[in-house]
Design a protein around this ligand. Structure first.
Ligand code: FRU
Length: 500
């Protein structure tokens, strides 16, 4: 009996220890994605540095998101491609690093396509290759003062992005002697029914160069695009070229070009051009600088390749930071998040066109509760908030605050939308961070206001995304009060669930 009791005691001791270890692991996992400032419904790398989204491609029910990643440090360093997969653009699974530096250089930004017809011969039509086209950055060459240190290379995967092989004939596009020669975005462009070619859109210092290829391996120069009146405050980076169609059925070609610095509110931002692409040349229609997002924190964004026609959306994601301060924002375990995924829409305004961005509808699945309200102020009982508001007055304001006196202000006066993060929380890590930023609102009218507030960001969409401001913030505690002026009866508040 004594022995039995002793055995029983040992058994319970083991059980207790096992449970404690489980608990410890659980807490460690939870705290990993629940640190101060860790976004709760935006993609972040599990650890360390991230910048541009890369190689976004859809295949067989999966959205792939690759990204500029420094796996060994929380500031920019030798670039790799990190990788994550989602089946719904909301919940993400972190995957192993997809591409690491090799003797040709580190792996800068680029794109990925499905080679469904096996034009490259790198896969088969039954198991088509996912092909990544990226920039090799030869840091030693750059340091040695050479001009040709950026070239384009490719890698391929025949197991749905799980493992990657670098093409042995790399680089596939050599550098003609231009220091900034990078960020290839490749797409199959139909030039006639049943006829087409791969087009590479490349950022080359202060212009865009187009190259074409029948097979992703051999590239021929087609043309350059730049205009006198575009924004040239900094180097052109991360372009994208695609078509969009208005609700009325008019199709246009769109060219996105990120620029750093020189954004409308300082530092990094993305301008776009609307026009026509004939398979060789891009011609722009109007001479007006247009910005995809007026906030300070949506950069290097591009769109997903191979989204099925049955879906039909042009899906976009951007890097939610700014080169002005990305390396010194007050986070440790990881640095930077992506914006919410958005669909892009071509909207006709008078004789011209603009691009509107809308958060994808899939995000509705993280709404945990909803309430309508008409009050001009109330307490927020949870931290993660989505608001859909209808202004009653021409001007409006919203003030989020916490009991440490930190305040974030969104307001519209006349034709100007403003986002004031000067007292929003921690701002002193960079001199110009705590400032007020502005965006114009077409026709002075804001009929709909859609806001997403995460633990360290705010995204404001006016009139179904015709004007957008995306900004990061660092409140030391969640905002618990919301005061509003200028809104009517029809407002909705949703609390959101964490995706982690
Ligand atoms: C844009 C960018 C790209 C480059 C990458 C390097 O943010 O400068 O032009 O490929 O970042 O990480």
């Amino acid at each position: 009996m004594k022995i039995f009791n002793q055995l029983l005691a040992v058994f319970f001791l083991f059980l207790a220890l096992a449970c404690a270890t489980d608990k410890k692991e659980e807490t460690a996992n939870e705290s990993k994605f629940n640190e101060p400032y860790r976004p709760q419904f935006h993609f972040t790398p599990a650890t360390n540095w991230m910048n541009d989204p890369n190689g976004m491609v859809y295949y067989d029910g999966e959205y792939h998101l690759f990204y500029q990643h420094h796996p060994d440090g929380n500031v920019w360093g030798p670039m790799h491609w990190g990788h994550a997969i989602s089946t719904d653009l909301v919940y993400w699974e972190h995957m192993p690093v997809a591409l690491a530096p090799d003797s040709l250089g580190t792996i800068f930004s680029g794109s990925a396509v499905m080679d469904l017809e096996n034009t490259s011969g790198l896969g088969t039509t039954e198991a088509p290759a996912m092909v990544a086209i990226y920039t090799y950055h030869d840091a030693a060459g750059a340091e040695a003062g050479r001009d040709d240190f950026q070239t384009q290379g490719i890698a391929y995967s025949t197991d749905k992005g799980r493992s990657w092989t670098k093409y042995e004939g790399n680089p596939v596009l050599k550098n003609p002697g231009i220091r900034d020669f990078r960020d290839p975005k490749v797409a199959w462009v139909e030039t006639a029914p049943q006829q087409g070619k791969w087009i590479m859109t490349l950022a080359v210092k202060d212009k865009i160069s187009f190259y074409s290829s029948p097979n992703l391996l051999d590239w021929t120069f087609e043309s350059d695009f730049n205009t006198e009146w575009a924004a040239y405050g900094g180097v052109w980076e991360c372009p994208d070229l695609f078509t969009l169609t208005t609700d009325g059925g008019e199709e246009k070609w769109v060219l996105l070009v990120s620029i750093n610095p020189g954004g409308p509110n300082g530092g990094s931002a993305t301008q776009y051009f609307i026009g026509d692409f004939d398979g060789s040349n891009f011609n722009v229609e109007s001479s007006e600088i247009k910005w995809l997002d007026y906030g300070t924190d949506n950069y290097a964004g591009v769109t997903w390749s191979n989204v099925p026609e049955s879906d039909g959306r042009r899906l976009f994601i951007g890097w939610m930071s700014n080169w002005n301060y990305a390396n010194i924002v007050p986070t440790e375990n990881w640095r930077s998040a992506m914006t919410l995924p958005r669909s892009l829409h071509l909207v006709k305004k008078g004789d011209g066109f603009l691009i509107a961005s809308k958060p994808v509808e899939e995000l509705e699945k993280i709404r945990s509760s909803s309430q309508s309200f008409s009050e001009e102020g109330f307490s927020l009982t949870e931290e993660l908030v989505e608001l859909e508001l209808q202004p009653k007055e021409a001007d409006f304001s919203l003030e989020f605050s916490n009991d440490s006196g930190e305040k974030l202000l969104v307001s519209k006066v006349g034709n100007q939308l403003s986002l004031d993060r000067s007292t929003s929380g921690e701002t002193d890590f960079w001199d110009g961070f705590g400032t007020v930023h502005h965006a114009p609102i077409a026709a002075n009218k804001a009929e709909k206001v859609h806001i997403f507030l995460d633990r360290s960001s705010i995204e404001v969409f006016i009139n179904d995304g015709e004007t957008v401001m995306t900004e990061i913030i660092f409140p030391t505690k969640p905002y618990t009060e919301l005061k509003l002026t200028g809104f009517g009866e029809n407002n909705s508040l949703y609390y959101l669930e964490s995706i982690w």
